[in-house]
Design a binder for this molecule. Structure first.
Ligand code: PHE
Length: 354
């Protein structure tokens, strides 16, 4: 039987000499593994007489203890060394300048849309949607637009061919059909905005065949012109970031509202630059009015119980005014240089929750 004393020193010097963790593990198995020498000694205790066991027991235990500790110490040292080596070889220079990466820009139209929507959402409106391809009923008839109204004429509206039932679909000319869809789908009180694309057959410096509107509809009991004015004045002042922005309501006509108004904001031209919020001139930014009785009826709402206001604004227009973009057509040119100049960084003032 191997003696404890003769095992201790060779094992200790082997442990000391082990250069990596796997060498160390091999030594551990030789000494303390199932078939290890020290384990064998421990097992032999069972076959000894009580006297002998009393004598050898503490000696073997001490040997096991000493080797266990030596193994743990060496393991710790080797692990530290391995870490040091990794840190040295995987050294990362955090002071190196960042390599330039191409970054996209947010289109001013998206930016204006996000800003307007988040202001209106904060006011309690939620977002509703409708299709781009509309029935004549939602786009015109239900909105009280008569058969011979100029808006229905071929030169303004993109019509589809007649279908089998003699119906002609249209590309919606405004977001107002979402008013009717909302009224027919849900019961008042209604508080919705409908942002989206609209289509008219037009092309010059201030018109493109595709543009965007944000419709608003508020229907409840006892709603009057004061609510309309308060809501839109607040909106304009928030959107243009000017708490004293002069806002003017000018009488107007829309078949689907009565009374109707066009809403203007003050502006002036100085040194060829358009300045919003000061001066004697006015710029129209949206149409609005109290929802016409007939429109409420067409939406299945009793106009003797409920009233409402509605508004529709052109998103391109409020974007051009806020960001000083002179030509509407440039929104759709897809020119990277233009977008670099007028676009917004991904971390700019985009407000969440849209
Ligand atoms: N639909 C109108 C337009 O496109 C705007 C509008 C909406 C006016 C709602 C009044 C109420 O010009």
């Amino acid at each position: 039987m191997t003696d404890a004393k003769s095992l201790q020193d060779p094992f200790l010097s082997d442990i000391k000499a082990a250069n990596d963790l796997s060498a160390l593990e091999e030594i551990r198995l030789k000494a303390l593994g199932k078939q290890g020498k020290v384990t064998q000694l421990m097992k032999s205790l069972g076959k000894m007489s009580p006297e002998e066991r009393q004598e050898k027991g503490p000696v073997y235990n001490a040997l096991r203890q000493i080797l266990t500790e030596a193994l743990a110490n060496r393991r710790h040292i080797l692990e530290e060394q391995a870490l040091e080596a990794r840190l040295a070889s995987e050294y990362l220079d955090v002071t190196l300048p960042v390599r330039h990466q191409a970054e996209g820009r947010i289109h001013p139209l998206s930016q204006a849309m996000f800003e307007a929507i988040s202001i209106l959402k904060e006011m309690g409106f939620s977002v509703a949607e409708g299709p781009h391809i509309e029935d004549d009923f939602y786009n015109f008839t239900a909105l009280n637009i008569p058969e011979l109204h100029p808006a229905r004429q071929e030169q303004d509206t993109f019509y589809f061919r007649e279908d089998a039932s003699g119906q002609r679909k249209v590309l919606r000319t405004h977001t107002s059909p979402v008013q009717i869809r909302t009224m027919l789908q849900s019961k008042p009180p209604l508080r919705i905005i409908a942002p989206g694309r609209v289509f008219r057959s037009d092309y010059d410096q201030t018109h493109t065949p595709v543009f965007h509107q944000i419709e608003g509809l508020y229907v409840d009991k006892n709603i009057h012109m004061g609510h309309l004015k308060g809501c839109l004045i607040d909106f304009c002042r928030r959107y243009f970031d000017n708490p004293r922005l002069p806002v003017r309501f000018r009488p107007a006509y829309f078949p689907f509202t009565e009374p109707s108004a066009e809403v203007d904001i003050a502006c002036t031209r100085r040194n060829g630059q358009l300045l919003i919020g000061e001066g004697e001139a006015w710029l129209e930014i949206l149409g609005a009015g109290m929802v016409h009785r007939k429109v409420l009826e067409n939406g299945g709402i009793d106009p003797d119980v409920y009233q409402g206001f509605a508004f529709g604004m052109g998103v391109e227009r409020i974007a051009m005014l806020k960001y000083g973009i002179p030509d509407l057509r440039s929104f759709y040119d897809g020119d990277q240089r233009w977008l670099k100049h007028h676009g917004f960084g991904a971390y700019s003032s985009l407000m969440g929750g849209v």
